[in-house]
Write a protein that binds this ligand. Sequence first.
Ligand code: NAD
Length: 436
Amino acid sequence: MKITVVGTGYVGLVTGTCFAETGNQVTCVDIDVNKVNKLSAGQITIYEPGLEKLFERNLKEGRLNFTTDLEKGISEAKVIFLALPTPPGEDGSADLSYILGVSEKLGPMLKDYKVIVDKSTVPVGTADKVHAAIAKNAKVEFDVVSNPEFLREGVAVEDFMKPDRVVIGTQSEKARKVMGDLYAPFVRQGNPIIYMDEKSAELTKYAANSFLATKISFMNEIAILCEKLGADVDMVRRGIGSDDRIGKRFLFPGIGYGGSCFPKDVQALVKSSQEVSYSFRILDAVMDVNEKQKLFLLPKVNAYFSNNLKGKHFALWGLAFKPNTDDIREAPALYIIDALVNAGATVSVFDPEAMPNVKGVIGDKVAYAENQYATLENADALIIATEWSVFRTPDFDKIGSSLKHKVIFDGRNLFDVAHMQELGFHYESVGRLPAK
Ligand code: NAD
């Protein structure tokens, strides 16, 4: 099938590449000339495990093309995916200007029947708006489908190639058949394609992300309570996670969720609720808990250094909002850096993938180290903000001998508390009991 993906960011590039991998002819359109030039020249623009190999193969075999020309890009496509940004607007609602802007342009460009697919995360009712924007100037038949994306950055290729489910929101039999054919290779193992109406599909995505964010904030509050009551969150987590109704996954406490999705999607659902005069109180609390959680380690750092961080130097491991991605949008590490620098401290950072992005945003506010151990030079303490695998079994002798104080503040509970005590570290983590 010939398909076009408009917007070649995390979702668009993964979507385009994975559809090419199943034999489709894919054109990816983006307004960013620099990005399109790089991709056309075989240079991948995001870090995503497994993506580069698929990207190179499909580019080489001519199934994957990149252009800035929307009209040319869509001319032969049967299906047009919109994988455009939907950032939070000033009031927290999803900004639909990218989606609706492109939709308006599409109208006069359509020469034959096409299926236009909202892949972006969009509020309930957007499919109707997209339909209206295209219809203003369209002379041919078309359908608009809601097909939210559930991939996780860091495992995006795996998630796309073997999705837990595919949600397709359409009331058109014709579009349903096209979408079913396109996704058939991805659900061969029996995972479902769930067909529904457009609005339910749109809400499904927000409900999924908001539920997961709720799970995280819930566990973070349990962790806070553990510290106050003298319980251990690792034990509580295992105790509740073995109940099938709760499940083992997504129960790890930490320093809050970040990224481009959870924060903005929870906020957008709250806003959508307000628009229909409903106050989604649970989500208000989820957001509030998360804001505070990003700086969970700060009181511990302050307490250790007697509330005086002026002139102190910190090593910070991990900048990306989670491991295996270079995405730093809403990353807790950035909030920690701000707080430390505002308190008069300096920071040396290391992240396996996210340093160029951080440099682009905060420049020389921090020093960038060549590797994790180089951050430790002259550092008073080590702070860990992202659970990259490479941080999990570090050389503790090296850490201990490099730091001025043998102290680690771990926002991701990477190490065993008793082991750290044996090694002589002052070790603070999230919601766990000090070793006896
Ligand atoms: P992104 O910012 O990485 O990519 C968006 C791309 O669209 C950019 O390359 C940008 O240059 C391009 N673009 C902007 N305006 C354009 C235009 N007029 N024409 C062509 N291209 C244009 O965004 P993303 O993370 O891929 O997210 C896209 C959507 O998918 C959002 O709604 C997001 O909520 C949703 N989503 C994201 C994820 C994720 O993990 N990142 C997962 C599921 C859903």
